[in-house]
Design a binder for this molecule. Structure first.
Ligand SMILES: NC(=O)c1ccc[n+]([C@@H]2O[C@H](COP(=O)([O-])OP(=O)(O)OC[C@H]3O[C@@H](n4cnc5c(N)ncnc54)[C@H](O)[C@@H]3O)[C@@H](O)[C@H]2O)c1
Length: 277
């Protein structure tokens, strides 16, 4: 029961990695405040966790006022949080030239705006509950695409690079001021969740995009949650999830920015082969 005295907050808990994190935290003794924009998925998550350990809250992470109110409600219901997982996120598959600005606003509002809102709403509680001996934890969900950019994922990559920048700066600010909050940035490769099915893309590309996502998925959400919680326990600044996550993290380390030429040439080759077949 390693999280027995913890109040843990998980956004995007109605599916995938957020659901797996919620259940793993609750099984290990945490009182979990699980939120999502989708009440049905949230109810399924709560019923899969140990009875009474998961409290559910409807929340759109892009709504700053709602996120602040949520933080106060969690404090009233469960006590101040000592672990916060800013997990909710969405994807957009589109080339930059074809991108609808409204889709871009939607994605940034959730993927980066939602993380900023989560940090601003809950950091005071984390500062209150953390001690030098037992720090509190703030976790943000970036992606392997927060370490490299790939074609048709420009908006998503931009949002996840931004999450990384914000998180790495915040980690340093906590260390600089000797504050008891450990800050962690998570970079998964492709995880088998509803993420592909929920992504926005041009109607004509939807089936192929989702098939590609499902084929590429290497890691289960349960395994991802296990790796994330282990990384948090070990106070890792950067938590890589899945073999593909580790390979993608190595690309810019080994190749520098010329990884972009290599990936683009590879993608062009694959496109020309699939046109021939
Ligand atoms: N699945 C992957 O391959 C993968 C890879 C790298 C990073 N990630 C990141 O992991 C996180 C979780 O994704 P997942 O794979 O579990 O996807 P998922 O689609 O299964 O779950 C995401 C959850 O977020 C919720 N959500 C969407 N918009 C929201 C909003 N505005 N407010 C609150 N909740 C909202 C959805 O309802 C859903 O329950 C995301 O940040 C994603 O970018 C996923």
């Amino acid at each position: 029961m390693r999280y027995q005295d913890r109040v843990a907050v998980v956004t995007g808990a109605g599916s995938g990695i957020g659901r797996a994190l919620t259940i793993a935290l609750a099984r290990d003794g945490a009182r979990v405040a699980a939120s999502d924009i989708d009440p049905k998925g949230l109810a399924e998550t709560a019923s899969a966790g140990p009875a009474g350990s998961v409290t559910t809250y409807p929340l759109d992470v892009a709504d700053r006022a709602a996120f602040s109110a949520h933080a106060e409600q969690v404090r009233t219901d469960l006590g101040p949080a000592s672990m916060v997982f800013n997990n909710a996120g969405v994807d957009l598959m589109a080339n930059i030239a074809d991108m609808d600005p409204a889709d871009l606003d939607w994605l940034f509002g959730i993927n980066i705006g939602g993380v900023v809102n989560g940090i601003k709403a809950f950091l005071p509680q984390l500062l209150e509950t953390g001690t030098a001996a037992k720090p509190s934890h703030l976790i943000t969900m970036s992606s392997a695409f927060g370490l490299i950019a790939v074609p048709a994922q420009g908006a998503y990559s931009a949002s996840k690079f931004a999450v990384r920048g914000l998180t790495e700066a915040l980690r340093q600010e906590m260390i600089l001021d000797n504050l008891p909050v450990s800050v962690h940035c998570v970079h998964p490769g492709v995880v088998k969740t509803n993420f592909g099915a929920n992504m926005r893309t041009a109607e004509a590309d939807a089936d192929i995009a989702r098939t590609l996502f499902d084929k590429a998925a290497m890691t289960t959400p349960e395994k991802a949650a296990e790796v994330i919680l282990r990384g948090v326990d070990k106070n890792r600044a950067r938590i890589l999830v899945g073999p593909d996550g580790r390979v993608m993290a190595a690309l810019p380390r080994v190749l520098g920015v010329s990884y972009t030429t290599l990936l683009a040439r590879g993608a062009r080759l694959m496109n020309s082969r699939s046109k021939k077949n």
